[in-house]
Design a protein around this ligand. Structure first.
Ligand code: PEP
Length: 251
């Protein structure tokens, strides 16, 4: 699966929201296929949207899964349930999950293993805090996050990584595209050199991507795509970003 442009709707949406979203998306999207596109809606809508979106065929996935496959885990959602509902991928380790739900590297590794064993494409989010960046620790922190999580995995065989600087999420500020490019290069190098048994599909960038800045991001060779929060809530804007992505990445 070549998912490269993902919408993270977080805690937003309703039935009428997604119906309007698809109408706006379809009006603006100029691509001939939707293979790169995915939406992670609130989990309760996965099943509905997976049916609703079979035309235009955008992949649907979850924003999170539990680290256990079943059990006394009130309120949680298993990877197999996401698959059952028509989901094709799962985001894991988003910084909001790490911050507000105390997710640790070991939990995230278990989620990656489960996603992989139930044939969901796992998307691992990593990113440094503002403080870590100010202390010039970005590369070190990312190297540790990627290595600690992947070392703790036992059955994971492939994944996509989303580089999401915590300070860039929802703030309107982001690193320079050239800087993101070299960080992606470093992440690819860490995975390829230390985890040769794990296939890295892509490294995508997330943090304040919108219609205005998407061109400068997709121009960079090592930026394979984007994970988009705020700007993905507008179907027309997400379609326009996808049009730019298709043009620049030759899809
Ligand atoms: C995100 O939360 O994954 C994200 C990238 O959000 P935003 O695009 O709003 O910064």
């Amino acid at each position: 699966m070549s998912l490269k442009l993902l919408a993270n709707w977080k805690l937003h949406g309703s039935k009428s929201f997604y119906q309007n979203w698809f109408a706006a998306f379809n009006q603006s999207y100029q691509g001939s296929h939707h293979d790169s596109l995915g939406i992670a809606p609130p989990a309760i809508y996965i099943s509905d949207i997976a049916r609703y979106s079979s035309n235009p065929g955008i992949a649907i996935g979850s924003q999170n899964i539990d680290q256990f496959s079943s059990g006394a885990r009130t309120g949680e959602i298993a990877s197999s349930m996401v698959k059952d509902a028509g989901g094709l991928f799962s985001i894991t380790g988003h910084s909001e999950r790490r911050m507000f739900f105390n997710e640790l590297d070991g939990d995230i590794a278990a989620k990656l293993d489960l996603a992989s064993s139930t044939s969901l494409l796992p998307i691992l989010c990593v990113g440094e805090s503002r403080e870590e960046r100010d202390q010039n620790k970005t590369e070190k922190v990312l190297e540790m996050q990627v290595s600690n999580v992947l070392r703790a995995c036992s059955t994971l065989h492939s994944l996509t990584i989303a580089y999401e600087p915590v300070w860039a999420i929802g703030t309107g500020v982001m690193p320079e595209p050239e800087e993101i490019n070299s960080i992606h290069e470093m992440i690819k190098d860490v995975v390829q050199s230390r985890f040769s048994n794990i296939h890295l599909h892509a490294v995508i960038y997330g943090g304040s991507v919108n219609l205005e800045n998407s061109q400068s991001i997709f121009k960079e060779k090592e930026i394979d795509g984007a994970l988009i929060g705020g700007a993905s809530l507008n179907g027309g804007e997400f379609a326009s970003i996808a049009n730019i992505f298709n043009d620049l990445k030759g899809l």
